[in-house]
Design a protein around this ligand. Structure first.
Ligand code: EPU
Length: 343
């Protein structure tokens, strides 16, 4: 490593850059500093420079789980670390993927090579490095189930290390990277473990209708892609960040009380609790297809908020607040935002 005692601004850092093309909602705001990171050395240099000048750092992947509402007085790093290595063992494959690689491309690579595990997670927008943070999940599978270890850069010491799966505390749309590790590490690579005796999971309602009796990995992949294309807005065509709210988890007692009033309530049983379909609550409250001030609720999936025609992410925040309030008033349920606000 170069001598970092008095760091000058690394050449990868640019000043006063629009964030519009770096978030899938396509909201506009300015980053005071921004750098596109392609190598570990660039990441170390940029981090060291920012640490030295006490400038906060925000790491971004493809910006598909991000809410941009105002100018950011920080160094925004766009993770474009690339590369993939595969090791075949007797019973499984170890697949190590750099954080800046595209998630769907990675899933497609595994399916094309008949490696099972990630097929239910096809077409989720975003990068590989983002997947462990919120433990992305869809159609009965969560990424954390297949993660073996994660390579990180310690933001203080600038040293790298591997964190093991059991340390990551994966839960529904959650991990330690959202809590005590949020400002401690940058994710460099994710190692997946894909068992050769993989059990296909195809029972999620809506998915199973499209599948043959004994589906292959590729069948599941195709069916997931079809389902997502049908229900979810393509971020290349309409600004969005996937599900805008988490599905709220409520107690058995609260579930029973709601069910008495709403016999058609949609919910999924968990170990001791129930996970409510937030899309159902929002639709029931009358928000599906709502449009105002250039933002709205997607007409085919009420859990997705969309940007129809504005640069101003604050408009979406107002819609978020209005929906949260209404769901609280009507069902006594608190919704929690899923995308991370860049501030
Ligand atoms: N529903 C409605 N109205 C709606 C939307 C949903 O009534 O407008 C009800 C339907 O009964 C439907 C049920 O809710 O059957 C569940 O809907 P869906 O299968 O679309 O799943 P979801 O619970 O709304 C979650 C994830 C999605 C993931 C799907 C499929 C969260 C926050 N979202 O959505 O993830 O693709 O399940 O597994 O857990 C994302 O995180 O960005 C995302 C898209």
């Amino acid at each position: 490593m170069a001598n970092h005692s008095v760091p000058s601004m690394p050449i990868c850092i640019q000043e006063n850059i629009s964030l519009k093309k770096f978030n899938t909602f396509r909201f506009d705001a300015t980053a005071r500093y921004l750098a596109i990171i392609s190598t570990l050395d660039e990441l170390r240099d940029a981090t060291h420079w920012a640490n030295y000048h006490a400038i906060p750092i925000k790491m971004v992947g493809e910006g598909s789980n991000l809410l941009v509402t105002e100018d950011v007085n920080a160094l925004v790093l766009i993770n474009r670390l690339s590369g993939l290595t595969l090791t075949e063992r007797e019973n499984d494959y170890l697949l190590t993927v750099a954080a800046g690689e595209n998630w769907h491309k990675t899933v497609t690579y595994t399916v094309d090579n008949n490696m099972g595990g990630l097929e239910n997670l096809a077409l989720i927008p975003g990068s590989v490095g983002a997947c462990p943070i919120q433990n992305i999940g869809a159609y009965g599978v969560e990424a954390g189930e297949f993660i073996d270890a994660i390579e990180v850069l310690d933001r203080e010491t600038l040293t790298t290390k591997w964190l093991l799966k059991h340390e990551c505390q994966f839960a529904y749309r959650d991990s330690r990277f959202k809590h005590d590790w949020a400002t401690k590490y940058f994710i460099l690579a994710v190692r997946f473990i894909l068992n050769k005796h993989h059990e296909i999971k195809a029972s999620y309602s809506g998915l199973s209708d499209l599948l043959p009796l004994e589906p292959t990995i590729k069948d599941v992949y195709k069916s997931v892609c079809q389902t997502r294309i049908k229900k979810l807005p393509d971020p290349n065509l309409i600004g969005n960040a996937g599900s805008f709210f988490k599905n709220p988890i409520v107690s058995q007692q609260q579930y029973d009380a709601l069910l008495r009033i709403y016999p058609d309530l949609v919910a999924f049983p968990m170990k001791d609790n129930w996970k409510l379909a937030a899309g159902w609550l929002i639709e029931k409250a009358g928000w599906k297809g709502y449009k105002k001030d250039g933002v709205g609720v997607y007409e085919k999936q009420a859990l997705c908020l969309v940007n129809h025609a504005t640069d101003d992410g604050k408009k979406l925040m107002l819609l978020e607040q209005a929906i949260k309030q209404d769901i609280n008033d009507k069902f006594n349920v608190e919704l929690e935002r899923e995308p991370i606000r860049l501030v």
